[in-house]
Design a protein around this ligand. Structure first.
Ligand SMILES: C[S@@+](CC[C@H](N)C(=O)[O-])C[C@H]1O[C@@H](n2cnc3c(N)ncnc32)[C@H](O)[C@@H]1O
Ligand code: SF4
Ligand code: SF4
Length: 335
């Protein structure tokens, strides 16, 4: 794997081997793939699309770990059980509408653990049947057992991201309490073997590492360990959480990036389990709600509403620091 982390001035995550994404063109019709990537790149370059190219869904509001850098751990257990699970019938309507309006990618998580929902496979299969090209999710990997691995590989999921953040069990316990590094590695290895056995290109796999003062010493070893095992490695700069219990993990890196212009509000909308429509998928998006979704058409209204227009214009002006939430998000999020 090319030992280079690419981080441009409109994004918050550096990806090693980003070009591996193009392997998806082997399983998706060429023209459709090219059109999707063209639109995605336009949005990444802050061009306004008529509708988000990507929609993220928070299908459940719960997590099995208590990572100190993540806001869900500050209120864990979130106290919201199955009653707040995202309704499949509403999801289907949103997918149908969004596909017709131009959406081609979906992510099936926000600040939650998506594999808690054992019925996630039907959400993936439905999106694929409608024509969504890129369907992905991020998981902590603790629930990635043989059964769900088998189903995920056959579901049409295009990308699976596994957040690991450590190479030693000792560091893992500090950054991902509630989990077990040994289990996550065994689960991922099993997933990779199964995929190989089935001779499948997708789901492409990516392991993630969020840099904090607790684990950054293990980053180089993490990269060497995973380089030839997975398709990509994501190295995320620490984003200051909206809620924290333990402030000692705040990254030392709080240098402001003056020319940062965020591309999230040009690419995507996020729908939470409470049906809040957000302009971006970092925690700070929750502090910038656009509206509440009552019907799929509300997505188009939110995409063009005044809050969203102002947010985009402020970033285009290079003035993100004038928005408190963006300032908090970016400070500590870039160096
Ligand atoms: C909030 S998690 C939700 C999905 C899943 N539970 C997981 O851990 O991958 C999504 C991503 O956000 C990352 N993350 C958590 N806290 C972060 C922080 N303070 N700064 C940057 N990324 C963070 C996680 O490591 C993960 O890669
Ligand atoms: S980072 Fe993921 S696994 Fe960790 S607490 Fe947040 S949602 Fe849960
Ligand atoms: S809070 Fe602002 S800077 Fe952060 S991802 Fe959202 S729009 Fe971008």
């Amino acid at each position: 794997m090319e030992n280079k982390i690419i981080l441009n001035s409109t994004e918050l995550t550096g990806i090693m081997n980003r070009d591996e994404m193009n392997k998806l063109s082997l399983v998706i019709e060429e023209k459709k793939w090219n059109d999707y990537r063209k639109k995605y790149d336009e949005a990444a370059n802050l061009k306004l699309l008529s509708f988000p190219i990507q929609i993220d869904f928070e299908l459940n509001s719960s997590c099995n770990l208590k990572c100190p850098m993540c806001p869900i751990s500050a209120e864990s257990p979130k106290g919201k059980g199955k009653s707040t699970w995202f309704d499949f019938e509403l999801y289907k309507k949103i997918i149908d509408y969004s596909y017709n309006e131009g959406t081609r990618a979906i992510k099936l998580n926000y600040v939650n653990e998506p594999l808690i929902r054992k019925d996630i496979i039907k959400f993936i299969k439905y999106a694929q049947s409608v024509g969504i090209l890129d369907i992905y999710l991020s998981t902590n990997g603790m629930l990635l057992n043989q059964k769900i691995s088998d189903e995920l590989i056959d579901s049409g999921l295009t990308r699976l991201q596994i957040s690991i953040d450590a190479v030693s069990e000792e560091t893992y316990q500090k950054v991902r309490p509630g989990g077990k590094l040994k289990t996550v590695i065994a689960n991922l290895q099993n997933f990779l073997e199964l995929k190989k056995k089935k001779n499948k290109i997708i789901p492409l796999t990516r392991v993630n590492f969020v840099k904090t003062s607790l684990n950054e010493i293990e980053l180089d070893e993490f990269i060497s360990y995973w380089s030839n095992k997975v398709d990509m490695i994501g190295v995320q700069e620490f984003v200051k959480p909206t809620k924290v219990k333990n402030s000692s993990i705040i990254s030392k890196k709080t240098i402001k990036k003056k020319n940062f212009k965020c591309s999230f509000p040009f690419k995507q909308l996020v729908i939470t389990n409470e049906k809040k429509i957000l302009p971006c998928c970092t925690f700070w998006g929750e502090e910038l709600p656009l509206s509440i979704l009552k019907s799929p058409e509300d997505l188009k209204i939110a995409w063009n509403n005044e809050k969203m227009r102002n947010l985009r214009q402020t970033h285009l002006n290079g003035d993100y620091q004038s928005i408190e939430q963006c300032k908090n998000c970016v400070q500590g999020g870039l160096s």
